[in-house]
Design a protein around this ligand. Structure first.
Ligand code: IVH
Length: 682
């Protein structure tokens, strides 16, 4: 037997639970917390201590119980009190128009019908049953008639209320069944898979599979570790309450503590629903969760009732689907590509498949480790996906359909372009090999082509016309073998090439000549030094006055620059030590390339301006901020006076901020500061 609970303590426990339910709702449902995480944790700790001391007062819907519960041997099944139907699909505008016409005919409406449109979230459908405001059970959809009881798992989802919020206007319904979609947000999904890969566990193909797998764990402790979220989109059985419309119902559910999708468009015409579909379709990649369409629903519940349902789906709603971003196809072959740094990347040739409106026939396999981790073989059926403009990739192999004819891929021992041995170098910090296989021959024609293409690309020298085909012709004919050779080309040399002619030849030479003067940053980026992208090139260009100083700088000097780590410093220093690279740079200069050096680029945009820095800046140290102000001829002082032009206030700014406000000095935050720094810069 447990000790009897002192009524005062019981009251305190109840109060803490109520407060924590409230703050949980503010944080996980409304995304608008009222107290700090720290204060929340303290209250939770207090509650857990009291609960441990007074087990007689433990309750399954305590906010402390979201961490799981005993593992099950199997899930019980449960019948839904009202069937959980599926939705009719539409794929084109005419489907939506036909849907609207049928509705108006069945209802005998002369006027426009009113709809609510919602994102169709790609997750797992669940039904949650509340009695007297408390979650008593939760089930998956199953076959629509019976589902699996996953109550302990659903309790671990932070955005599921264990106890409803009381609404002052109406009493909590005695029975309320709500329906919604359990899902995982993209960024949480990526992290989950990354963590799993790190542990050598199989990754999930997509957020929906991850959500389904997580919800169907027999051990709720495992589910509790998964970043599940939920949107409630409707109700099943409800007693004591009557709602006029679907939207009114969602608003009421929100007040009761349920999480409703913020991207819903209520009370619109069918034309507006069409615009919404197009709008959401464009915004699709920016949403934090995956969707596969929009659902358009007749808003008035009386109409919904009158329209009824077929055995499969309601007549009052339609799922207006987008083209899928993930499809299944077969790997026909695997081939390798040589990049500009000699990295050899395996690429899958796929049976062409339409993914989200684009035909995909190739996908990157990244490197040998990835191929082994995903166990990708030639002949496999696979999930491929594309998101926005990124290169399509193979997400997962469907191993169940293998028939034994699949072939493992072996990384070639020789570079397919130049024949030299391929290697996996040791990582700097260990004996482990890098993931990347490389060709180390810097004269490899494949590398040369890629280096030249990079050199001439948009964010580097930006030479129009110097693309894939021309570079291939020039290198294959031995007309150029280094980036510098570009500046020694003449019209006469180009004109006889295939698909050329005097006019194009003239244009290309003009484009080359036009680009001979270049900023230091672009020049550095164009060189294609390993680990030097645009950002690093910018940092280096700001830190060194010009090419002579940078190319002579020892490793430790480069590493001393803020934002430059040892790996970058090493590859920069090594690049300039190499004889061939120095020679190429000399040839570039001889060919007429002129670098706008740091001092020539230096601008005086902050001439005469006095800055004071206070608090912690997020994107740079205060020292770096000072250097950047000084580089633009501004001045930095230690204390605020009437002469101060700007106080840059970072996090936790203190007395200087007060003083600046007192003196009427302009106070700017970090973002405004960065805007000022980048104003008028090339
Ligand atoms: S309403 C009678 N609204 O789509 C069915 N469903 O194919 C009422 N889904 O199993 C469903 N987002 O899991 C509805 N905003 C939304 C939805 C949604 C996703 C899923 C749901 C259902 C499936 C129907």
């Amino acid at each position: 037997m447990h000790d009897p609970v002192d009524p005062k303590i019981a009251e305190k426990i109840d109060r803490l639970r109520k407060e924590l339910h409230w703050h949980n709702y503010r944080y996980h449902v409304l995304d608008d917390p009222e107290i700090s995480d720290h204060a929340y944790d303290q209250k939770m700790r207090e509650l857990m201590e009291l609960e441990a001391r007074w087990p007689g007062w433990n309750r399954p819907d305590s906010p402390s119980r979201r961490v799981g519960g005993p593992a099950l041997a199997r899930f019980d099944t449960v019948g839904h009190s009202m069937p959980m139907l599926s939705l009719d699909n539409g794929f084109q505008e005419s489907d939506l128009i036909a849907f609207d016409q049928r509705i108006r005919k069945l209802l005998g409406l002369e006027d426009q019908a009113v709809y609510t449109a919602e994102p169709k979230v790609d997750g797992v459908a669940v039904e949650l049953v509340y009695e007297a405001g408390r979650l008593v059970s939760a089930a998956t959809r199953g076959d629509g008639i019976t589902g699996e009881l996953v109550t302990s798992n659903v309790r671990t989802i932070r955005s599921v209320p264990l106890v409803m919020q009381e609404d002052n206007i109406r009493p909590v319904p005695s029975i309320l069944e709500v329906r919604g979609e359990v899902f995982i947000r993209r960024k949480d999904f990526e992290k989950l898979n990354k963590d799993r890969a790190g542990l050598g566990l199989p990754v999930f193909a997509n957020p929906r599979n991850a959500a389904a797998g997580s919800l169907r764990q027999l051990d709720p402790g495992v589910t509790a570790q998964r970043p599940l979220d939920i949107f409630i989109y409707g109700i099943g059985r409800v007693d004591d309450v009557y709602y006029e419309s679907h939207w009114e119902c969602l608003v009421a559910l929100k007040k009761l503590g349920f999480k409703i999708n913020p991207d819903i468009q209520p009370r619109i015409t069918i034309q507006q629903a069409m615009e919404y579909y197009q709008y959401i379709g464009k915004k699709r990649h920016e949403l934090s969760y995956e969707i596969d369409g929009v659902v358009v629903k007749v808003d008035r519940l009386l109409y919904q009732q009158r329209l009824g349902a077929t055995s499969r789906s309601p007549r009052w709603a339609i799922a207006f689907k987008f083209e899928a971003l993930q499809e299944t196809t077969r790997i026909l072959d695997i081939e390798v590509q040589v990049g500009r740094t000699g990295a050899i990347t395996p690429v899958a040739h796929l049976a062409p498949v339409n993914v989200g409106g684009v035909t995909v026939s190739r996908a990157t396999l990244h490197n040998m480790d990835e191929i082994e981790r995903k166990d990708i073989r030639v002949g496999d059926s696979v999930f491929v996906q594309r998101a926005g403009d990124v290169i399509p990739e193979v997400v997962k192999v469907i191993t169940s359909t293998r028939n034994g004819t699949e072939r493992r891929f072996v990384m070639p021992a020789n570079c397919p372009a130049c024949g030299s041995d391929t290697v996996r170098l040791k990582r700097n910090d260990s004996q482990e090999p890098e993931a990347t296989t490389r060709c180390l021959n810097i004269s490899c024609p494949a590398q040369i082509k890629e280096r030249i293409k990079h050199f001439a690309s948009k964010n580097a020298f930006d030479i129009e016309g110097m693309g894939d085909k021309l570079v291939k012709q020039l290198v294959d004919r031995g007309m150029i073998s280094s980036c510098a050779d570009i500046f020694y080309l003449t019209e006469d040399m180009l004109a006889p090439l295939g698909r050329m002619g005097p006019k194009s030849a003239r244009n290309i030479i003009a484009a080359i000549t036009n680009r001979k003067t270049i900023s230091f940053q672009r020049f550095l980026y164009a060189l294609g030094i390993r680990n030097v992208g645009e950002h690093v090139a910018d940092v280096l260009a700001r830190a060194f006055p010009g090419m002579d100083r940078l190319s002579a700088a020892p490793h430790h000097e480069i590493e001393g620059i803020e934002g430059i780590g040892p790996v970058i410093a090493e590859s920069v220093a090594r690049f300039f030590q190499q004889h061939e690279n120095r020679e190429m740079i000399d040839r570039l200069m001889d060919g007429g390339v002129a670098i706008l050096s740091g001092s020539a680029q230096k601008q005086d945009t902050l001439q005469g301006k006095v800055f004071v820095l206070t608090g912690t800046l997020e994107t740079m140290s205060r020292d770096a901020a000072r250097k950047r102000i000084e580089a633009l001829s501004g001045k930095v002082t230690g204390s605020v006076s009437r002469n101060t032009d700007y106080l840059v206030a970072g996090k936790d700014a203190g007395a200087k901020l007060d003083r600046a406000v007192q003196l009427g000095v302009t106070v700017i935050n970090e973002k405004a500061f960065i805007d000022i720094l980048s104003r008028d810069l090339p």
